[in-house]
Design a protein around this ligand. Structure first.
Ligand code: NAD
Length: 421
């Protein structure tokens, strides 16, 4: 740390992510002061004001108004939706803000590269919210790889089980269900995974092939007689795992809270009325979604290291296997949930070692401690001397995005795509 002065933070977008980061930052008043927030939904600006605990907190109706007020803080937290990142991030950089930028950096490759160019030109720092890099689990994986105990890394295999309800909430009914309005699944959800694989391998990716499609959440899969909305008397409502009325009960926390500002205090009648018109009340087989529900990637890294990644709606949690010349490392959600350990290191000769990691502040719900880990790292990332290595620097995360763009091109064209950068 080079200074003990608190960093001033301004939130552009005050939705679910901004509230998470602001809540964590507010616990460290010696490091952070949340001084401003902008969002077209006044209740969300109010939430930020309450979280900030400051009487001089300044609220704005949108990003444009906040940026028009000049530079109000040291760091702008850009937590608007994917398609708005470019506009908000470049606007903040031009004013001289350092930026904590939600992933993805942007939804098209030209804008990702332009943000990188502008950050260099303005000599500003952009920290990308790849929270998994800060999660205790992946930190341990990285530590084990870097220790050399696995020998030379030959291959890596990663998977992400999005979980059926999460898929339905976010990628069938929700913000990231229509690719044109947001971005392809491999970018909107799985840029975390391409980033983790790239970060762990520590080499640039040379080529990628990919297959995937939307097969399950389609109209022809709808059970017979199902209406357009779960509130309209669905004949299979009692047994359907995707029944939107679950937002009133077991899916109220955290899911409803991510999309309905009055989630905690609303009565069942109020939520039912909201479901009658909201996207989250629609039958999952009768939405306008086109995000894939499965996708695989085959990756080749410099030095001939190979990798695979599988995304599926129909599993729960992330897993990783790292194959080295001296041993194999395996771990993830299934190990934690069913076997009481997080990671198993299996040398090619000798006994296996089990590792259990402690997720900070709230554990797996907060990305395995990644959210608090990222906020803990933010201060040092933004105040370390020029030239210091950063844990989630823009330069190291741009390549992770290039992998996703190449993967989507490979999936759509059926060709193997070479990365140029
Ligand atoms: N790092 C992670 O693990 C992670 C997890 C989930 C989402 N995300 C990303 O975080 C971002 C935000 O996601 P979220 O779930 O918080 O969404 P959200 O919809 O809850 O928040 C976005 C907010 O931006 C506001 N907004 C819209 N137009 C605006 C404008 N012109 N000016 C200011 N605010 C504006 C919206 O009203 C909304 O409150 C997305 O890019 C998403 O992909 C990251």
């Amino acid at each position: 740390m080079t200074t003990t002065k608190a960093l001033k933070l301004a939130c552009i977008g005050c939705g679910a992510r901004a509230q998470t980061y602001a809540t964590l930052a507010a616990r460290r008043p010696e490091q952070f002061e949340i001084v401003a927030g902008a969002d077209p939904v006044p209740e969300r600006v109010e939430k930020l004001r309450v979280i900030s605990g400051r009487t001089d907190f300044r609220g704005f109706p949108d990003a444009e108004a906040l940026l028009a007020a000049g530079k109000l803080a040291d760091v702008a937290i850009v937590a608007t939706q994917d398609n708005d990142h470019y506009r908000c991030c470049t606007g903040a950089l031009r004013l001289g803000y350092n930026v904590l930028l939600e992933k993805p950096i942007s939804t098209c490759v030209e804008q990702v590269l332009e943000i990188q160019r502008l950050a260099r030109q303005m000599d500003r720092r952009v920290m990308v919210c790849f929270v998994l890099r800060f999660a205790a689990f992946y930190r341990k994986v990285k530590e084990i790889i870097d220790s050399g105990v696995l020998g030379e890394i030959v291959s890596i295999q990663a998977s992400e089980g999005v979980m059926p309800w999460h898929q339905a909430h976010s990628f069938v009914r929700g913000h990231w269900s229509v690719v044109q309005k947001s971005s392809p699944m491999i970018l909107s959800k799985c840029c975390h995974d391409t980033d983790i694989v790239h970060w762990l391998v520590g080499r640039r990716c040379r080529r990628v092939a990919s297959f995937g499609s939307l097969e399950y959440f389609r109209p022809e899969r709808a059970p017979s007689g199902t209406p357009a909305r779960c509130t309209d008397g669905c004949p299979v409502g009692d047994t359907c795992p995707y029944n939107a009325l679950r937002y009133i009960g077991d899916m109220r926390t955290p899911w409803l809270g991510m999309v309905y500002d009055r989630a905690q205090e609303a009565s069942p009648d109020e939520i039912t009325a909201w479901l009658r018109t909201s996207p989250w009340g629609r039958c999952v087989y009768r939405c306008d979604n086109d995000a894939v529900d499965r996708q695989v990637l085959a990756l080749e890294f410099e030095g001939g290291v190979t990798g695979t990644f599988t995304m599926t709606a129909f599993a729960n949690g992330r897993h990783i296997e790292v194959y080295g010349t001296r041993g194999v490392l395996k771990g993830g959600e299934t190990y934690r949930h069913h076997f009481g350990t997080h990671l198993i290191l299996i040398p090619h000769e000798g006994e296996a070692t089990r590792y259990t990691v402690q997720a900070e502040d709230g554990g797996y719900e907060l990305h395995g401690g990644g959210d608090p880990g990222l906020v803990n790292a933010l201060y040092d990332e933004m105040t370390s001397p020029p030239g210091s290595p950063l844990a989630a620097s823009l330069d190291s995360t741009v390549h992770s995005h290039l992998i996703t763009f190449a993967a989507e091109e490979a999936r759509v064209t059926g060709r193997t795509v070479a990365l140029v950068q």
